[in-house]
Design a protein around this ligand. Structure first.
Ligand code: ATP
Ligand code: FE
Length: 355
């Protein structure tokens, strides 16, 4: 089974070819065109610019993915595309491109939930068995899921406001550090003292797996402003200490909430328990180390796909498409693009469309 995947829900235009033979998936090609430069001057992704760039780049991207896989469309069995959630102009660009290919070739069409793509990545990279606990932690998302099947997800909790990546990006902006903020803040934090500023650990006093990160960046803002008022500016050390304090607060919250999510997951008595992470924030060393230690201490395997497959890509969409295809799922040309699409509502019975 050879699947072409398309992804265009945010600021990366991507196409990939994944082949599954005898249950073993292999990435034949994965092409990603980033748009960071296009949006740099605006301090964030501009939806209209993103949509136009996707529309311009998608066909080149598909051609490159096929060339790298040494295939033509004749060698493809189905086209999978992110049909939500995301910036609607971008999602529409990808969906229209996939429909075009499907009409022209007669290939089956499969709409994939972008978050399902992230959530199934550990099966593509490490072949882990269902059910596993997934922490999806990126620029736009933060949630715990028990992944039981390609359309069977139980959400245990998540952020009630900002995603951690967003908090890293905003914190970097507050401190005059370059975007994306995660890597900049992590770099600064290396020389920082994490105990100088005691930032809050929001919602730890409340039961459950929900999290909150927007108060943290406000705390960084206050600390910055009082330093500026006191001394007229920030020294390099001040900046490093602020970054270290912020990062360790995020890591502590994620670790404690993961501990609780693991308890809920282990109550399902999985045969081979695994904790998997996905999303750009999973690249953070302090966060990754804390989660790894936690899972080892709980006797649970820890799976962190390589960063290129943790951030947005089309290989994950092609792979999720392959699982859906094998489960008999097909979409028709009336498939819609969804700006919102919670993962625990991916089951066809709840969707009302798709088969
Ligand atoms: P989504 O996939 O949820 O729509 P996205 O595309 O913005 O959102 P990703 O590409 O998965 O998310 O990740 C990007 C985010 O990860 C950015 O917010 C970035 O700051 C953050 N990030 C990247 N590297 C690190 C790091 N080392 N430490 C912390 N955060 C990081
Ligand atoms: Fe994503």
């Amino acid at each position: 089974l050879t699947i072409l995947g398309l992804e265009s829900s945010c600021d990366d235009t991507a196409a990939a070819v994944v082949r599954v033979s005898e249950g073993q998936p292999r990435i034949l090609s994965s092409v990603v065109f980033g748009q960071t430069d296009l949006h740099a001057a605006f301090g964030g992704v501009v939806p209209e610019i993103a949509a136009r760039a996707h529309a311009e780049k998608l066909d080149t991207c598909v051609k490159q993915a096929l060339t790298k896989a040494e295939l033509t469309l004749d060698g493809i069995d189905a086209v999978a595309v992110t049909s939500g959630p995301g910036l609607i102009g971008g999602v529409l660009s990808g969906v229209m491109c996939a429909k075009g290919i499907s009409v022209a070739t007669g290939l089956p069409l499969i709409g994939v939930n972008h978050l399902a793509g992230h959530a199934l990545t550990p099966r593509l990279t490490d072949g882990i068995a269902y059910p596993y606990l997934m922490l999806l932690v990126s620029g736009g998302h933060c949630q715990f899921l028990i992944v039981k099947g390609c359309q069977d997800f139980t959400r245990l909790g998540g952020t009630i406001d900002d995603a951690p990546g967003e908090a890293f990006d905003k914190t970097a902006r507050l401190l005059g550090l370059p975007q994306p903020g995660g890597p900049s803040v992590e770099r600064e934090a290396i020389d920082g003292d994490k105990s100088r500023f005691r930032f809050p650990r929001p919602l730890l006093d409340r039961p459950g797996c929900d999290m909150s990160f927007s108060g943290l960046k406000t705390a960084v803002l206050r600390a910055r402003d009082s330093l500026v008022a006191e001394k007229g500016g920030l020294s390099r050390q001040d900046r490093a200490d602020l970054c270290a304090g912020f990062q360790s607060a995020v890591a502590d919250v994620l670790a404690e909430k993961t501990r609780r999510a693991l308890d809920l997951y282990m109550a399902e008595a999985p045969q081979i328990p695994n904790l998997a992470v996905a999303g750009g924030v999973a690249a953070n060393c302090e966060i990754r180390t804390k989660l790894k230690t936690l899972s080892h201490d709980s006797g649970v395997g820890f799976v962190a796909p390589p960063l290129s497959l943790c951030t947005d890509n089309a290989a994950m969409i092609a792979y999720a498409g392959a699982e859906l295809f094998a489960a008999g799922h097909r979409d028709e040309l009336d498939m819609i693009a969804r700006p919102r699409w919670p993962l625990d509502q991916t089951s066809p019975a709840l969707l009302g469309s798709g088969k």
